[in-house]
Each structure stands twice: as structure tokens, then as C-alpha cells.
Design a protein around this ligand. Sequence first.
Ligand code: SF4
Length: 320
Amino acid sequence: MISTSLIQSTAEILMDKAAIEIPQDYLDGLTQAADAEDGDLSSFVLQAMLENYAVAKEDRRAMCGDTGTPRWYVKMGNETQIEGGPIALENALRLATANATVNVPLRPNRVHPLWRTDHNNNVGIGAPEIEYGFEPGGEWLDLTTVHKGGLFGTDYRMLFPSDGIEGIKRFYLDSLVAFGKRGLACQPAIIGIGLGGTKDSCMVLGKRAACLRIVGDRNPDPKIAALEDEFKELGNSIGMGAMGFVGKSMVIDCNIEVGYCHTGGMQMSVHAFCLSSRRAVARIYADGQVEYRTDPDWFTPYQRRESVTWETQESSAKSA
Ligand code: SF4
């Protein structure tokens, strides 16, 4: 059984890591972009950001003054047991969020939408968001925190099936140009695209594609993987670079996730996980061991399953 005190202490460490340490995959992508960039201002921004990340880590200070909106992705194996159950788990994550806001510190960004009430701890109605996933085997708990910035770097459009890949490209490019020209999210970003589902699940899918997959990762469907490559190149060929300045480093990577949708439509969402692509992950085991990493490993074969029921690979192998 996993104790709630261990969940809370791990969650507080994760929030510190997320705010301060840029994930290595994003850093590698940014370094490659800096090497390739020849726009003056874009190059300047990229070099300044690389120095900023190093200084933030050395001084143990947040990499950006806007520390985003902290949220949690919780995944567990089918046999996982949590002391006190799901209510205790959520209490631990809310306590960790409040404590980390003071101790890291994080900017208390969360306010009531109408009265602008601020509890100064990033906790309130529906905040932080806690989303769940499950896996067929195991007694572990994966905690992923994402401190997403880029408040306006998100958009949605209902396309028709007849819009096809060309329509998807058009909306993708429209979104990137708007994000760059209007300063809606600091670039270069990891772009997540959600295709299909329903309007709400399409938004969730696109955000997860941006925040829960690492740079260089590819969708297991080879045709979607080819689109991801094409879209990365396309996004870097519109003449905009870092912070929307002239250049060719708008997109560090493009991740696409799909969900089955109504036959009459083709939902599409676009999300920018900004220049501060903050995520940190830990796996807590039943024996109290904790392993830290930066890859959420969210989109497993189980999360992308198409079948009515799920057979473990072992039982599939036996029946083959
Ligand atoms: S978009 Fe990202 S990098 Fe830019 S100010 Fe917001 S959190 Fe910071």
C-alpha cells in the first residue's frame, strides 16, 4: 500500500523539479534549434533561454516568472492500493500544490474567474486539475506534474471529414501564425494536436499530446508519425522563430494524438507547450521506492487501445 505522506512529499519534490529544471528532451531540441537558427533576434532569444535554464538550475529558481498553472496527471497499475483511498490522494496533491507555491516558490496564478479571489496557493475550485489513467498490471503510482504556461496558445476548430489532411494543415498553420504574431505563447514550443473525439475530449487529447509526450517521440501509427515529421518541418518554415521573431525555430516538435469521433465531423485542437515546457514525473512503488524521470509515458498501447476488451500481451501470445 502506498502512503499518502510519501505521495505528498514526492509531489512537492516534483513541483520543485518541474518549475526549475527544463526536461532534457526539450533542452536537446532547443539546442538543435539554436544551432540551426540564423535569424538575429531568434538566435538571441534561444541563446538567452539556454543560459536562463542553466542559471535557474544552478540558483534553484523558477525558469520563468510566470510559473504557469500546475496540474496533475495520475496513473496507476490495476493492483495499486493507496492509503486512505482516492480522497486522501487528492488531499495530498492539493496540499503539495499549496506547499510548493510557498516553498519553490511558484507564482499564485489561480484566481476565481469572476471575483479574482486568490488563495495565494494555486488551489481553488477545480484547481489544480487532477486527471487519471490506469494500466493493466502493477502496484505503482505515476505522478506527473505539468505547469503549463502559454495561456492563450490553444485553439479548436470543428472540421468536416472532407477537409482532409489539407484542412488540418490549414488550421495548424493558422494557429501557429496567430500564436506567433499575437504573442499567445512563447516559442519555440512543443505543439500538440488532438484529432477526433468530441469537442471536450479533443481539447484534452491535444493538451496531453503537447504535455505528456517527449521531444523525438513518434506516434506508433506510421502515417501519423510521418505527419508529425511533416508538421514539425512545416511549422518551422513559416518565417517565424523564437518569440515570433523572424526565423525558423517555431516548433521543437509536433505530437499528434487521435480519438474516434462522430462520422460527420473531424474535431481538431492545437496546443502550444511553451518555451518553459515544465513537466516532472515520479513512479512510487508499494515498497516505498521512488523513481524520478521526465517522460510521462502516458500514451501506452493500453491508452491507445481500439479493441472492445483488453487482453494482456501474455494472454494474447498464448492464444496466438
Ligand atoms: S508562455 Fe511560457 S515562457 Fe512565456 S511567459 Fe508564459 S510561462 Fe513563461
